[in-house]
Design a protein around this ligand. Structure first.
Ligand SMILES: *Cc1c(COP(=O)(O)O)cnc(C)c1O
Length: 446
């Protein structure tokens, strides 16, 4: 079995998007699948390799979304394909807590090794990012014997009941889905573009606000965990100002609070580090991973200080499918590919091309209010020119234009005015630059 190297890494639009075959299947989608599901690009995919998705009409689409930061090492990556095939031929399931197998343990060993922190760590595998966040909260509460959880404005942590409560944005994530879990406290996020205070002192001012709220409104001794995305994903790639994460880490350490990094979207080489907290040398007590971990197979993890992870009684954690052997086989292929193919350096290289291109566009088009992000995780926020007022209409037009030209981009943002770029780390420079030229056309067309 070889990877589909016959899929050339170039954009090719041969029909209108959606083409006739996609239109037909999309009509069946409407008939058969829940109306509660969203849809980014109206095409139906037949195959994919690296950074190209091929639809059933034969269009070759540049993938700047990676299935929301999942196929970091490229679609149908060779080591993942090989290891998955080998594993399904051995066995597909036993349930790790019924009869264990080695690749679950190997994935945990790699997570313990590659996550920040020199202390002894242990891991737990589950199926999705939301499930991993839920388990991190369970463990943090159990360990600290405290209940309160502190989360941030603009945060996104998932769609299950607890993670909806942890997530900031009402529409579409929470509207009509309550009641929500208690003991969740939301504090301000230093979102510099929309910060009303003095931007020169944003880090200290935000830390003062957050710690004041915790001290006076919750009581630090009641807080089990502070949970934060090192760069916010769905919230619009909001990057905390330098010093904010280290400040939160110190406050957590000083107050016996578990500091949890939700690296579900930022993880696995995406930002030019294996994990985004490394940028400022931040060492979380627990780290939650998913998305990029297994090349698209459902897998997620909680990794943390051994004494925290071991504080739960046997059988207090688990689940039928968590750490499925096929998903674990894929994860081993992902780790190997990131390390052997130098994809952390590759993410930095992509970051330079992406950042330079987006900043050049920002000087040309005043509708771009800010370019932000790191490595292969960057975004543009669209504003009414000359203001910081959100411009969701511009975002919609840009995304629609890019999709019609065979470039898949994703939206984001509390104000629905962010276009985000999450290319696979194996995308060629030529393909990325081609996508940037389409983005230029899209901005010109406004
Ligand atoms: C996607 C995401 C989640 C939820 O992961 P699922 O696998 O969709 O449940 C949680 N946190 C962050 C930061 C995410 O981006």
């Amino acid at each position: 079995m070889t990877v589909k190297t016959h899929i050339p890494q170039e954009r090719r639009v041969v029909t209108a998007i959606p083409g006739p075959k996609s239109q037909e299947v999309l009509a069946r989608r409407s008939e058969a699948t829940s109306g509660g599901l969203g849809l980014s690009i109206p095409v139906v995919i037949e195959s994919a390799a690296d950074a190209i998705l091929v639809d059933i009409d034969g269009n070759h689409i540049i993938d700047l979304g990676s299935g929301i930061g999942v196929t970091n090492i490229g679609n149908t990556s060779q080591r993942v394909v090989d290891r998955v095939i080998a594993q399904v031929q051995e066995f597909t399931h036993t349930c790790f807590t019924v009869a264990p197998y080695i690749n679950y343990i190997e994935v945990c060993e790699l997570l313990n090794k590659h996550t920040p922190g020199t202390f002894k760590k242990k891991s737990l595998l589950v199926n999705s990012g939301a499930e991993a966040v839920e388990n991190a909260i369970k463990v943090a509460r159990h360990y600290t014997k405290r209940q309160a959880i502190v989360v941030f404005e603009h945060s996104y942590h998932g769609r299950t009941n607890l993670t909806m409560a942890l997530t900031a944005k009402n529409m579409p994530y929470k509207e009509g889905f309550g009641p929500f879990a208690p003991e969740i406290y939301r504090v301000p996020m230093p979102y510099s573009l929309h910060w009303v205070g003095d931007k020169a002192t944003i880090t200290q001012d935000a830390l003062d606000l957050v710690t004041h709220k915790i001290d006076k409104e919750i009581g630090a001794h009641n807080v089990a965990a502070i949970l934060i995305e090192p760069i916010q994903g769905e919230g619009g790639f909001v990057v905390p100002p330098k010093g904010f994460l280290p400040g939160l880490q110190k406050y957590s350490n000083d107050n016996g609070i578990i500091f949890i990094a939700d690296e579900v979207q930022t993880g696995f080489a995406r930002t030019g580090h294996m994990f985004a907290v490394e940028e400022e040398g931040v060492v979380p007590d627990m780290i939650v991973t998913a998305k990029g971990i297994a090349g698209g197979l459902p897998l997620a993890a909680v990794t943390g200080r051994a004494e925290i992870m071991d504080s739960v009684h046997a059988a207090g954690l688990g689940g039928t499918y968590g750490g499925n052997p096929v998903a674990c086989a894929a994860a081993l292929g992902v780790f190997e590919t990131i390390i052997e193919d130098g994809l952390i350096a590759r993410a930095q290289h992509i970051g330079k091309i992406l950042g330079d291109s987006l900043r050049a566009l920002a000087t040309k088009y005043p509708v771009i209010g800010e370019v932000r992000g790191r490595g292969a995780m960057q975004a543009i926020e669209l504003v009414v020119p000359g203001t910081t007022q959100p411009n969701p209409e511009a975002m919609q037009k840009i995304i629609k234009y890019c999709h019609s030209k065979g470039v898949l981009v994703l939206n984001a943002g509390t104000y629905a005015n962010v276009v985000r770029f999450l290319p696979p780390l194996v995308i060629t420079d030529e393909l990325l630059l081609d996508a940037m030229s389409v983005l230029d056309e899209a901005l010109a067309s406004l």
